[in-house]
Design a protein. Structure first.
Lengths: 272, 377, 68
């Protein structure tokens, strides 16, 4: 018998999941269900949409209406679901490649519309499903199978991108900082508009091995040692912040949500 | 009872038909010569409580209508040439995941950006084979404004009935042409809706087909909590790598249409009873074919016309019957020979086949058809 | 699926789901857990304070705190 949370929100007959030993994705997927549980949402009114890649396999394990779509397009499908039925809580699970490479255009436009979708980007800095090619979030000079001499692309900072594009709730946590991750997802789900939470994951199999990052445990330790909460960062010197990355709530500035705005147009014609 | 006669454009008739059929969601991206369909949908949908959204591109538009349809709203997108290419990815998704939706393609000159404001029929084969993998296709080809209204309704009905994307394959001639039409009262229309599950929520298997090979469809948000994927999946909707599951699924998708061909296929023929020569054409070209036939009949020549209304599935059986007697088929189309390949495949060497092809951005003129026929004689 | 469960008053372990990544072992503050044949194993259950760190970070849902 699995734990109460897993029993309640997972399709336990589909477990164990396909992810590699020590992959951060399982931690993040559970964190999403804990956040949903805390909010007490009607699970029949939740739709979880994903694209293609390791992260996107999460939908198969979650006991909601789940939509596993095409590569990069999860947000476009999710936009259809949300606008067609605004009653539903729509959650998008996507990866760094899915969200910011092939789905980059859909991503910025979903942010811009401020449509009520909470998006969780499982960022493992690599294309895992296809075997370790560099992604838009692979750090510069790191290696992938398609960057054998080091990646010369500059990496995207996904929260900064989302905030600039108009997302009204933005945060980042890591698989290691699980409780923070849960609270960010919870707050993101509370925001009526578009929320983006980057969940820094870990891929010991490809990114880790290619870049000598050690075991799954070592990679979580690295997250623990290199993440700095934004509230603490303001009191730190630039030297102390060298090589670190920020976690925490980066933006929380609600604005009118897209489907509510559309409803106002309908209400001009249809009086109940 | 008929509504008041009005002067209407093909693209406008498409939206009128869609709303009459129950369309309540449209996602699109502007592209000539289909843009009026988006514009009119944006204006009319909120008036009936429906939703319109202009997405960031055609890929997203196709994705959005699939998402919307899964919640139970009848959904449509409209595009032209380059946009139709972008739709192909998620057209395949709608096929394998069996999500009803209507995709309008108002064909223009290609390839690529081609001739944005000129008519063409270059996507007959793309409509059939544009997305990768084996999949069924229904594509309807209206040849008048009134028929655009009727076939848009039929496109929704077929999509709902067979749980699949249905393509309304228009061309610029039909999309932008204005004609006087008398639309029927909504109450007179036959409207089909998707088959609903007849079992409990726990027992529901989203891809367990009935004897008619069509699985009943629950809507997201109703508590069925099911999984939809573009991966090969079993009756439960979950992915499978089993070769037998893959074989069963893809064959069922194809058989779903194959076994219902008689319900789906439509065509129109004129003066074929005594015809030695039959002109085969669809959409805008068939209007020139009609005139060509009249011109030649006036000269005493035994000429008829054959117009597939469903270009896919093609009215194969009827064409075979005609080929038993007809000496020559003249296939006229605004491309360099696409539908003629299907005609050749069906007729083989039972009759002579002549082609009339045009890709200069102009419509086919009746004289171009009569010239080819007079050459035959 | 439940044939290989270890149930104690404080923790439940499902060995079938465990992939032996060692995350729970490493981040358990009381060193309750160990690995044996690539599966998690309880080393000293008396030390367990049921803090839930193992359950929080187990990517495979193979370990959880009882009664929570």
């Amino acid at each position: 018998m699995p734990s109460a949370i897993v029993n309640e929100y997972f399709r336990t007959n589909k477990l164990p999941q396909i992810w590699c030993p020590g992959c951060g994705h399982g931690i993040i997927t559970r964190a999403i269900t804990v956040a949903i549980d805390k909010l007490g949402f009607d699970r029949d009114k939740i739709c979880v949409v994903s694209g293609i890649g390791c992260s996107s396999r999460a939908t198969g394990y979650l006991d909601f209406d789940t939509l596993h779509t095409t590569h990069g397009r999860a947000l476009a499908f999710a936009t259809g679901v949300k606008l067609a039925n605004p009653e539903m809580k729509v959650i998008v699970i996507t990866g760094d490649g899915d969200a910011s490479a092939i789905g980059g255009n859909h991503f910025i436009h979903a942010c811009r519309r401020n449509i009520g979708i909470t998006t969780i980007v499982f960022n493992n800095n690599i294309y895992g499903m296809t075997g370790g090619q560099y992604s838009p979030t692979t750090p510069k000079f790191d290696k992938g199978t398609t960057a054998p001499y080091g990646n010369i692309d500059k990496a995207f900072d996904i929260p900064t991108l989302a905030a600039a594009a108009g997302a009204t709730y933005v945060g980042r946590s890591t698989a290691y900082h699980t409780n923070l991750l849960i609270s960010l997802i919870e707050n993101g789900l509370k925001n009526d508009g578009f929320s983006l939470i980057e969940a820094v994951s870990s891929c010991p199999t490809y990114y880790g091995r290619k870049n000598k990052k050690g075991s799954a445990v070592d990679m979580l330790e690295w997250q623990k040692d290199h993440a700095v909460n934004i509230s603490a960062a303001s009191k730190m010197t630039p030297e102390a912040l060298e090589g670190k990355f920020l976690i925490g709530e980066f933006k929380n500035s609600p604005e009118p949500e897209y489907t509510s705005e559309y409803q106002k147009i309908i209400d001009r014609f249809i009086k109940e | 009872m008929k509504r008041k006669a009005q002067l209407m454009q093909g693209n406008e008739a498409c939206v009128e038909g869609a709303i009459a059929a129950g369309m309540r969601f449209f996602a699109g991206y502007p592209i000539t010569p289909s843009t009026e369909i988006a514009e009119i949908s944006a204006e009319k949908l909120p008036c009936v409580g429906g939703k319109f959204i202009q997405m960031e591109d055609e890929i997203a538009s196709m994705a959005a209508i699939i998402g919307a349809s899964l919640t139970g709203l009848k959904s449509m997108t409209a595009t032209s040439g380059p946009g139709f290419s972008l739709k192909q990815e998620n057209l395949g998704y709608a096929s394998i995941s069996e999500v009803p939706c209507v995709v309008v393609n108002v064909q223009r000159g290609g390839p690529s950006t081609g001739l944005p404001t000129s008519p063409a029929q270059g996507e007959i084969m793309q409509a059939r084979w544009g997305t990768h993998g084996d999949h069924p296709v229904i594509a309807l080809t209206p040849s008048s404004v009134k028929e655009t209204f009727e076939l848009t309704i039929r496109a929704f009905n077929l999509a709902e009935k067979y749980r699949m994307p249905v393509i309304l394959l228009m061309d610029e001639v039909i999309g932008h042409m204005r004609e006087r039409v008398e639309l029927p009262e909504i109450s007179e229309l036959e409207i089909a809706n998707r088959k609903r599950p007849g079992v409990s929520k726990d027992a529901y298997k989203p891809y367990k087909a009935d004897e008619d090979l069509i699985p009943p469809m629950a809507n997201f948000g109703e508590g069925y909590r099911y999984h939809v994927t573009g991966l090969v999946h079993d009756e439960t909707g979950f992915p499978s790598n089993s070769s037998s599951v893959a074989d069963k699924l893809v064959r069922r998708l194809m058989d779903k249409i194959e076994t219902h061909k008689d319900d789906i296929i439509q065509w129109e023929e004129q003066n074929t009873e005594d015809a030695d020569i039959v002109i085969v054409s669809i959409g805008g070209v068939s209007r020139a074919s009609d005139t060509a036939m009249k011109m030649l009949r006036a000269k005493g020549l035994k000429v008829g016309t054959f117009r597939p209304i469903t270009v896919w599935p093609f009215p194969e059986k009827r064409l075979q019957e005609l080929a038993e007697r007809v000496k020559t088929f003249v296939v006229a189309e605004m491309n360099l020979g696409q539908m003629v390949l299907e005609v050749e495949r069906i007729i083989k060497d039972k009759a002579e086949i002549k082609r009339v092809n045009k890709v200069n951005g102009e419509a086919v003129y009746p004289e171009e058809i009569t010239a080819v026929i007079e050459e035959v004689l | 699926m439940n044939s290989n469960e270890t149930v104690t008053e404080k923790l439940t372990i499902n060995e079938n789901w465990c992939k032996g990544c060692g995350i729970c072992v490493k981040f358990c503050p009381k060193k309750v857990l160990g690995l044996e044949h690539d599966k998690v194993k309880i080393v000293d259950i008396d030390k367990c304070i049921q803090c839930g760190q193992c359950e929080l970070r187990c990517p495979d849902y193979a370990i959880y705190v009882r009664g929570k």
